[in-house]
Design a protein around this ligand. Structure first.
Ligand code: HPA
Length: 254
């Protein structure tokens, strides 16, 4: 079963034919909202808005463990995530869509494992390639089918937020090898890996990161997000193709 986790600018899927809303409780608490079950082109998918229905949960307060656990409890095997970013690399201007292949985690104080030695025994997952290559390929095929060109690589720097970065911090992230920056990519990706769920992210670029391009003297975040609509129309088309190609197909006996 495929699930979509929507981020900033994508709190619902309007082309989703909703069949059920399910409140799920997990050992880690409640997810950001009830899980939305629905269909696109006859294929089933589960949708979850990471920041909650009215976008009320900031990145550092998201209960990532409850979100991933709730999806796992519903039999989800693949999570296709959407995470809005700021572009560090010059190619990543507002409106570009990227599928990162690497992550650097700068977050802190987030509950970032199921294997905390209390509820589950300590375990060290392999995270060399943090995103599932198969699911990344599926995102790429979906973009192709939607007629959208995407940048098929990139290193996602996960920052703590909720504030945006300083120009010097962005310079440091670039020196570290990051090409884009967002606040929600971790620990989501690692938690999915811990439960054996395939996970890959598509990243619409909302703005140049602090001190870069037209963000040289600052970022008006609210304006930037308000201007994200056009990019999100394209992201929704890609998601629709992804679900058409990979959503769960009910058999007549189901
Ligand atoms: N920094 C961090 N997260 C973001 C940004 C940014 O510039 N833009 C969108 N999400």
């Amino acid at each position: 079963m495929l699930a979509i986790i929507g981020g900033t600018g994508l709190t619902q899927l309007d082309n989703l034919n909703i069949t059920k809303r399910l409140i799920v409780r997990t050992p880690y608490g409640e997810p950001s909202q009830p899980l939305i079950f629905g269909e696109i082109a006859g294929r089933e998918v589960i949708f979850l808005a990471r920041h909650g229905n009215g976008h009320t949960i900031p990145p550092h307060e998201v209960n990532y463990r409850a979100n991933i656990s709730a999806l796992h409890l519903q039999g989800v095997t693949e999570i296709a995530a959407i995470a809005t970013v700021g572009g560090i690399h010059p190619d990543l201007a507002a409106g570009v869509i990227a599928i990162p292949h690497q992550i650097i985690d700068y977050t802190y104080g987030r509950k970032n494992t199921f294997h905390d030695g209390i509820t589950q025994p300590v375990k060290h997952i392999d995270f060399t390639d943090p995103y599932c290559p198969n699911l990344r390929a599926k995102w790429q095929q979906a973009a192709l089918a939607a007629g959208e060109s995407v940048i098929n690589h990139g290193t996602y720097a996960a920052t703590q937020g909720p504030r945006l970065e300083t120009a010097a911090e962005i310079n440091r992230l670039e020196r570290d090898g990051a090409t884009m920056v967002g606040m929600t990519g971790m620990p989501e990706a690692a938690l999915a890996r811990e439960l054996g769920i395939s996970y890959a992210t598509i990243c619409p670029v909302a703005n140049y990161a602090a001190g870069r391009g037209d963000s040289l003297h600052g970022i008006k975040y609210e304006e930037v997000i308000a201007n994200l609509n056009q990019t999100m129309v394209r992201v929704r088309n890609i998601i629709a193709q992804l679900v058409k190609q990979n959503g769960f197909k009910k058999t007549v006996n189901d």
